[in-house]
Design a protein around this ligand. Structure first.
Ligand code: DP6
Length: 341
């Protein structure tokens, strides 16, 4: 078995091979913000996420002996140099592991509902890790794929797994860190309702935002010190299927990381007026209508509300009516990485 795999691996690494993979975006319930090792891309805090069913990226990779350089297409356009560099860095790691010098043709498409306003680096690098390794005949475990995806984008480590996953904090210098699955997609029928608060790309990317926070925010140390406690509360809420415990810790995690980013120099303010309006809608639904609904925001202006499946319609309608909210969409817990040869 081993010998056969090695043989096929050897031949694919020299004559080429093709694979495609699907991975889905995830929303951090306990946020990752801050790195303890920039070179190895290791998070300074533990994070916990829910993988989302409808937000799929599909990526195909073909290693071709006739190519002289890697070709990268994203959503049917040629990737910008900064995007291509991150893709090539992952391909280089896979080539080194497979002992191959072949160049690849990469094509990645976000099958997100139109302009969901959600970042696709998590689903993108998770899908790329799956497709690139399989295309060269490497049969890696989910943990190893998660490690590979983590080097490119730490949140991508979590998208290897379906349902709910955790990425522990890293140890500087130790490249082995991977996410691990906590619960399957059918563990708890929750919904995320996304309220899209603005068009366009975010002003400050997460890698830069984290580094600026580390260098200049007086609240950075406090955030790093408190994040493990919040992750523990989120984990406890998930384990007990207790939405109050989970939601309260989730909101605190997002507000604490945003407070840390806002206090950087220059300040990083991801919010727009519609972000605060949506946040208020969520609080009103909780305080006045008695719904168990909680909000979280990533490195961008959109508000993602977490609620039970039974409350989804009410939450989506209220957010849809909120001033400045452009549109809404909802998602449920989704599957992990799927690879096809
Ligand atoms: C706010 O995973 O995009 O969404 O590792 O630098 O690529 P890099 O950062 P990235 O950061 C995600 C930050 C976040 C919170 C989260 O998803 O945990």
């Amino acid at each position: 078995m081993m010998a056969r795999h090695e043989a096929s691996q050897g031949s694919r690494a020299s004559v080429g091979g093709k694979a495609s993979a699907k991975a889905r975006a995830n929303i951090a319930l306990a946020k990752y913000w801050g790195k303890c090792d920039l070179e190895l891309n290791l998070p300074a805090v533990p994070s916990i996420s829910m993988t989302l069913d409808r937000l799929v990226t599909e990526t195909s990779v073909e290693f071709d002996p006739y190519l002289t350089r890697d070709e990268v297409r994203l959503d049917d356009r040629i990737a910008r140099p900064s995007e291509a560099r991150r893709v090539v860095a992952l391909l280089d790691r896979v080539r080194a592991a497979a002992n191959s010098t072949l160049r690849a043709r990469v094509s990645s498409e976000n099958r997100f509902p139109t302009a969901a306003g959600l970042a696709s680096s998590a689903s993108g690098f998770a899908a790329l890790a799956g497709a690139a390794t399989s295309a060269l005949g490497l049969e890696w475990s989910e943990a190893r794929l998660s490690r590979l995806a983590r080097r490119s984008s730490a949140s991508a480590a979590r998208s290897i797994f379906g349902g709910f996953a955790e990425l522990p904090a890293g140890t500087p210098g130790d490249d082995r860190l991977a996410a691990r699955p906590l619960f399957d997609a059918d563990y708890w029928d929750l919904r995320i309702v996304v309220a899209v608060a603005a068009e366009g790309e975010k002003a400050v990317g997460s890698t830069e935002g984290m580094e600026r926070s580390r260098r200049s925010s007086p609240f950075y140390e406090a955030w790093i010190a408190d994040a493990p406690r919040l992750a523990k509360r989120v984990r406890a809420g998930l384990r007990a299927r207790d939405l109050e415990i989970l939601g309260e810790a989730m909101e605190q995690s997002t507000l604490a990381f945003h407070a840390c980013a806002i206090a950087s120099n220059p300040g990083i303010v991801y919010w727009r007026p519609a972000t605060l309006a949506a946040l208020q809608t969520v609080r009103r639904l909780r305080d006045e209508a008695g719904l168990s609904v909680w909000a979280t925001m990533d490195a961008g202006p959109h508000v993602k509300a977490l609620c039970r499946a039974a409350d989804r319609r009410k939450v989506q309608a209220a957010l849809g009516r909120t001033e400045g909210v452009l549109r809404t969409l909802s998602a449920r817990p989704g599957r992990g990485l799927e690879v096809r040869l």
